[in-house]
Design a binder for this molecule. Structure first.
Ligand code: PBG
Length: 337
């Protein structure tokens, strides 16, 4: 019978654990950072006055009228969050979403008010029709109820110019219409807004994680869904194609949305362009973390910070998140991930 011996266990020469032994070493060697200035805080602005309606599925967030925004603006300045993303909730909706370019609508008025309160804030205005159309789709419809791409472009461009006129620094088209970035760039330039930047929702998936947002913005489609214009979740090459097109059309920054379920896409887009990249941790991602934390199933600060750090590690420069304010506070308190 053949004899065999078991080798004596080797003591490892290479030990990665040596560099994890102290908090100081771990801090010094952290490869990814998260700073308050990299976070963007979404705000929902309603028509009307003196109203603040909490959003049940997004604890800590509310629909606010313009006269109720100052507290939020001050809080953000206190914690070092420098950017906001605005969504409007009009009282009146119609087939064409004409409220989207009403200069007296909630978003233009909010832009003016935020800039008056703190001119250093970067104000980003979401550009879409879904909050303003009676049917809740992101563009105008034909007689067969299909969303018509080209007829929607001038309407998005008009909304973008209205927000730029009110003082927006950045407009963020999210309707997923082909050619929307080019149409908006041309309209902004014609109107003299050559310095207003475009953050393109270049890669926006048809996602179930937008559920709470559609309650918050009262923008759920009244029939059908958005799969005929938003990206299909299985597709990654198509995401790169969308990103390239928006870059060619003149986008200044690109966005991937949602963030958590699409970290691979963030990474791939990051590798494929030199433009700054944003990722949107959407309402459903926030709601999941909140719900688990409320049940005591996860440690909220650590889990939320880990999710944001993951998005940064994947390659996002900016993170749009409903956790912006809380995360900035946790950062200043030294919450370790
Ligand atoms: C469209 C828009 C949506 C979100 C941002 N812009 C909703 C949609 O496409 O249905 C979702 C954001 C979120 O879920 O947090 N204007």
């Amino acid at each position: 019978m053949e004899e065999f011996t078991v080798a004596a266990p080797q003591t490892p020469r290479v030990r990665p654990r040596r560099l994890r032994r102290s908090a100081a070493l771990r801090d010094a060697l952290g490869e990814t950072t998260l700073r308050a200035a990299q976070l963007v805080h979404p705000l929902f602005v309603r028509d009307g006055s003196d109203t603040e309606r909490p959003i049940a599925s997004m604890p800590g967030h509310a629909q606010r009228t313009v006269d109720r925004l100052d507290g939020e603006v001050d809080d953000l300045a206190d914690v070092g969050v420098r950017s906001v993303l605005l969504f409007g909730i009009p009282d009146e909706k119609d087939d064409n979403g004409s409220g989207a370019w009403d200069s007296a609508g909630p978003v233009p008025r909010a832009i003016t008010e935020i800039k008056r309160r703190d001119s250093a804030v970067t104000v980003i205005a979401d550009v879409c029709l879904c909050e303003y159309t009676s049917h809740g789709h992101c563009g105008v419809l034909d007689e067969r109820h299909a969303v018509v791409n080209d007829a929607t472009l001038p309407l998005l461009a008009r909304a973008a110019v209205a927000y730029a006129d009110a003082g927006a620094d950045v407009v963020a088209p999210s309707a997923m219409m082909d050619g929307q970035v080019a149409a908006i760039r041309a309209a902004l330039d014609d109107a003299g807004h050559v310095d207003v930047a475009i953050l393109a929702y270049a890669v926006k998936y048809a996602s179930a994680f937008y559920g709470p947002f559609r309650d918050a913005a009262q923008s759920a489609p009244s029939f059908g869904d958005r799969r005929a214009y938003q990206l299909a979740p299985p597709n990654a090459r198509e995401a790169l194609r969308e990103a390239k097109l928006d870059e060619e059309e003149g986008a200044d920054m690109l966005m991937v949305k949602p963030a958590g379920p699409y970290l691979d896409i963030i990474h791939r887009v990051r590798e494929s362009t030199d433009l700054p990249l944003a990722a949107y941790q959407v309402s459903g991602e926030y709601a999941m973390l909140k719900a688990a934390a409320e049940r005591g199933w996860i440690d909220e600060p650590r889990a939320a910070m880990e999710s944001l750090l993951g998005i940064r590690r994947a390659g996002a420069d900016l993170v749009i998140t409903y956790y912006a304010k809380a995360a900035a506070r946790w950062l200043s308190q030294g919450v370790a991930v």
